[in-house]
Design a protein around this ligand. Structure first.
Ligand code: HXC
Ligand code: NAP
Length: 303
């Protein structure tokens, strides 16, 4: 069979990183709950999971946003989406959300802890309530959802699957986003702990640590005003670009699918090499032009 592209068969000009990676039925029969699923990366992951045959539950505080997203997703993919309002900080709301999800789809297989809150600030300017608001959304919210789903899976003998969306500063720490760094670090510790403790029930727990992926929510909170020019994320990434939502969705789909069945307790970084760029002792030498290398070479040779 010829592989040559003809006029009738136009070449697929989309770059690979904007296309889906897994087989069309990779998540068929699975039901996924995504917290913070109405916007940004949660929406991107959810849309792709639907294309792979999953049923979807999206949940966050703003029901109007969820309803709108659910309608868009169903129109784009033909899949089924349940929108449920729930503040992940409140355990009773999480329990209710789970009951509604089970009632709608029969069972839940996968939880994505993706909901988050964040802001940049010198730590000493934060009120105690500001600090704990972020800890409550990110750490307590992920704990609440994992606990509710874990109890349900163990009781029902379902080999569940948890995917936590953290950040690279979960393991490096970061100035000016200290509440988020503390909370994400805690979520990473929970990932590795539950992977071991609940492995015996067939429950896998993994995490993704994304670098910069443009979303309205993150950019509004982290790059207000002039900071956008000062903190040029792209220039700090060795690949000199930001992440594509589909790239993250591909990785997430793999990690929640049975194709990654032996991956448990892992955190996979997807950041174009950004965090390492800041870590290596001599990485900053990137700014040295060829001419300066020439003169240093001459100086070394004593010329
Ligand atoms: C300092 C702030 C603040 C800010 C609020 N507060 N915004 N302090 N800087 N920018 C303080 C308030 O004064 C208050 O303290 C306390 O925080 C709670 O504020 P509320 O507005 O009552 O909280 P709430 O309504 O629960 O809203 C939570 C929120 C909000 C985090 C403040 O922005 C939100 O809902 N965000 C969700 C979306 C989001 O943040 N997405 C970004 C994720 S990006 P006082 O003492 O006055 O009562 C991410 C990864 C980044 O996580 C990595 C990128 C590379
Ligand atoms: P986003 O669109 O702002 O997503 C955050 C979501 O969390 C929103 O849908 C929000 O919905 C929900 N949420 C906030 N507080 C909540 C609460 N108390 N209960 C339930 N839901 C709540 O930002 P994003 O960029 O897509 O972020 C998604 C995830 O990726 C986060 O975990 C973030 O830390 C992580 N991440 C993002 C980047 C990036 O560059 N974008 C980088 C690293 C990590 P409501 O307002 O309706 O509640």
């Amino acid at each position: 069979m010829s592989t040559t592209t003809t006029i009738d068969e136009p070449a697929d000009t989309k770059p690979a990183n904007s296309k889906g990676m897994l087989k069309d039925d990779a998540l068929k029969g699975k039901t996924v709950i995504i917290t913070g699923g109405g916007t940004g990366l949660g929406k991107a992951m959810g849309t792709y999971f639907l294309k792979l045959g999953a049923n979807l539950v999206i949940t966050s505080r703003k029901f109007d946003v969820l309803k709108q997203t659910a309608a868009e997703m169903e129109a784009e993919t033909g899949g089924k989406v349940l929108a449920v309002a729930c503040d992940v900080r409140k355990y009773d709301e999480v329990e209710k959300m789970l009951q509604e999800a089970v009632k709608a789809f029969g069972r839940i297989d996968i939880l994505i802890n993706n909901a988050a809150g964040n802001f940049i600030s010198p730590t000493e300017r934060l009120s105690a309530n500001a600090f704990s608001t972020i800890i409550d959304i990110v750490l307590k919210g992920s704990v609440n959802c994992s606990l509710a789903l874990g109890k349900y899976w163990i009781r029902e003998k379902i080999p569940g699957n948890i995917l936590n969306i953290v950040t690279t500063y979960a393991f490096t720490g970061s100035a000016y986003v200290v509440p988020s760094a503390c909370a994400k670090g805690g979520v990473l510790a929970m990932t590795r702990s539950l992977a071991v403790e609940w492995g015996k029930y067939g429950i896998r727990t993994n995490a993704i640590a994304p670098g910069p992926f443009p979303t309205k929510g993150a950019w509004k909170q982290l790059l207000p005003g002039e900071i956008a020019q000062k903190l040029d994320f792209k220039s700090k990434v060795p690949l000199k670009r930001l992440g594509e939502h589909q790239e993250l969705a591909n990785l997430a789909a793999f990690l929640v699918s049975d194709f990654s069945g032996y991956v448990n307790g892992e955190v996979i970084t997807i950041d174009g090499g950004e965090w390492l760029q800041g870590a290596g002792q001599f990485n900053a030498l990137e700014i040295i032009p060829d001419k300066m290398w020439d003169s240093m070479e001459k100086a070394r040779a004593g010329l």
